[in-house]
Design a protein around this ligand. Structure first.
Ligand SMILES: Nc1ncnc2c1ncn2[C@@H]1O[C@H](COP(=O)(O)OP(=O)(O)OP(=O)(O)O)[C@@H](O)[C@H]1O
Length: 239
């Protein structure tokens, strides 16, 4: 009797049909032609609205590469990346940037804040660039500053903030526009336990409230319980 073929690794998720973020057969080769490194190897991933996916795995396994490709910052060597129904790999640089701005929030490990702006202004600038600096967004900025515990530091510039405080502002900034896809690289690496818990709970709550498709890369095993699914990256493969 014929045995059914083994099911592929379950990285598609229960909401595949409605996925806001979908990577199909994504391979990323980096380095020189003579010495290529396969940073991503045939990755399949689908994340639905309101779903919070955590990705963990050893150093050098491809986690940052996964976020870079999912966010359209890096083009895959092979495969497709769909964000909100559009294939990023089919767009030119300009189209990709525009699509990224409209649909994707990215939280880098190092916040990349503007040196001359206060913490509050970093958030307001994001709303301004998107043409959404209205009363409701100003209220949301203040709520987010409060949610990340930064109200008292809101008028400080980055050089007067700690690494953890800058990290929290970077996260709040990415949440201002409630993007459809949120990609987060190690959001708790500079935070103590209590603060790490607050931040990951905030991420989970925002993901649900705004039906965001969230992917968070983390080494922090104590926060994995906040995610709906935990995937592991090993040698460029996701399982
Ligand atoms: N520009 C590059 N050229 C060649 N190889 C690269 C380049 N950038 C990354 N790599 C390699 O690609 C692989 C995946 O790197 P990546 O940064 O995605 O891993 P990671 O899981 O995020 O690691 P970490 O947890 O240490 O940040 C690693 O083997 C890395 O050495």
């Amino acid at each position: 009797m014929n045995q059914p073929a083994p099911a592929p690794a379950d990285t598609a998720g229960p909401l595949e049909r409605d996925a806001v973020l979908r990577l199909t057969g994504v391979t990323l080769e980096l380095g020189h032609r003579q010495q290529p490194v396969t940073a991503l190897d045939q990755v399949e991933l689908a994340v639905g609205p309101g779903e919070f996916v955590a990705v963990t795995g050893p150093s050098g396994s491809g986690k940052s590469s996964l976020l870079a490709v999912a966010g359209g910052l890096q083009s895959p060597t092979r495969g497709t990346v769909h964000v909100a129904g559009t294939d990023l790999t089919g767009l030119d640089e300009r189209g990709r940037t525009a699509h990224r701005r409209r649909h994707i929030g990215y939280v880098f490990q190092h916040a990349n804040l503007f040196a001359s702006l206060t913490a509050r202004e970093q958030l307001l600038l994001t709303a301004h660039i998107a043409g959404r600096l209205d009363a409701a967004t100003r209220r949301r900025v203040d709520e987010l500053l409060d949610a990340v515990g930064m109200t008292a530091r809101a008028e400080h510039r980055p050089d007067r903030l700690s690494g953890g405080e800058r990290q929290r502002i970077g996260l709040a900034r990415a949440l201002v526009l409630a993007p459809e896809v949120l990609l987060v690289d190690e959001p708790t690496s500079a935070l103590d336990r209590a603060r790490a818990r607050d931040i990951v709970d905030l991420l989970a709550a925002q993901t649900r409230a705004h039906r965001t498709a969230t992917v968070m890369v983390t080494h922090d095993h104590e926060i994995l319980d906040a995610a709906d699914r935990v995937l592991t990256m090993r040698d460029g493969r996701l399982s």
